[in-house]
Design a protein around this ligand. Structure first.
Ligand code: GLN
Length: 234
């Protein structure tokens, strides 16, 4: 059986400074091996986000200026995005996207930029500093190590019901203080990794596809998915 999953590339025309769109190409690459056709559509300013139409949302990172624009528009999509998340929809949110799923982000100039509070984290500013460089984390549930590159001014603190994507082995992570990176809530995966993350961490791509497949097709045959081999890319 040929399965089909549809990805919403949320603000992909504004939030894509490090080629985070590559995450969608990776979902298509692994999807093909798993018998899943993965299509994608841009959902941007003034567009309606229809939670029934999509299986996965990919929300990339962004610069502060673009985040102020997205912050205003995303309030109109807040209810639908929150429903999608609560209904176990899959989300991959990177850096600026991660920040805007939480309560707020304080930009480098001190402006407080509202998020949608779908997840319970918040992001403060650093004093004249950015966290830039290679990063390695370890997911405590699977033992998988994820490799990537971080570049962020904001420092994020997780809230209730969220668990980290991993513990920091090298690099800074969410805030440089508590030793954790990213967030997981239901089928939402947040991270500061650019690179893009799924290109270097195929296990995570596979995991996101399986979550989305099970939700759309509760009786899906997962035997092809289990056979997919992940190339070592680092
Ligand atoms: N503008 C945000 C920050 O500097 C997000 C950066 C990004 O997405 N790379 O923290």
């Amino acid at each position: 059986m040929q399965y089909h999953l549809n990805v919403a590339h949320l603000y992909g025309d504004l939030m894509n400074p490090y080629g985070d769109i590559g995450n969608i190409l990776v979902l298509q690459y692994f999807g093909k091996q798993m018998g899943i056709e993965v299509t994608s559509e841009l959902v941007s300013l003034d567009d309606h986000f229809d939670p029934d139409k999509f299986d996965i949302v990919v929300f990339g990172g962004g610069q502060d200026f673009e985040q102020t624009i997205v912050s205003k528009d995303i309030q109109t999509k807040k209810a639908d995005l929150t429903n999608f998340i609560e209904d176990n929809g899959s989300v991959l949110a990177i850096c600026g996207g991660f920040q805007l799923l939480g309560h707020y982000y304080v930009g480098a100039d001190g402006e407080k930029i509202p998020g949608i509070g779908a997840l319970d984290h918040y992001t403060e500013k650093q004093e004249d500093n950015r966290f830039i460089g290679d990063i390695v984390i370890q997911n405590q549930e699977t033992g998988d190590k994820y490799h990537g590159f971080e570049n962020h001014q904001g420092i994020t603190f997780l809230g209730e019901n969220e668990r980290p994507l991993g513990n920091v082995l090298e690099g800074h992570g969410n805030n440089g203080e508590d030793g954790v990176e990213g967030a997981i809530y239901k089928n939402v995966y947040c991270t500061y990794f650019h690179g893009p993350i799924l290109a270097r961490n195929g296990e995570l791509a596979k995991h996101i596809l399986i979550n989305a497949l099970k939700r759309r097709y509760p009786d899906a045959d997962l035997s092809n998915a289990e056979k997919v081999t992940i190339p070592a890319t680092y």
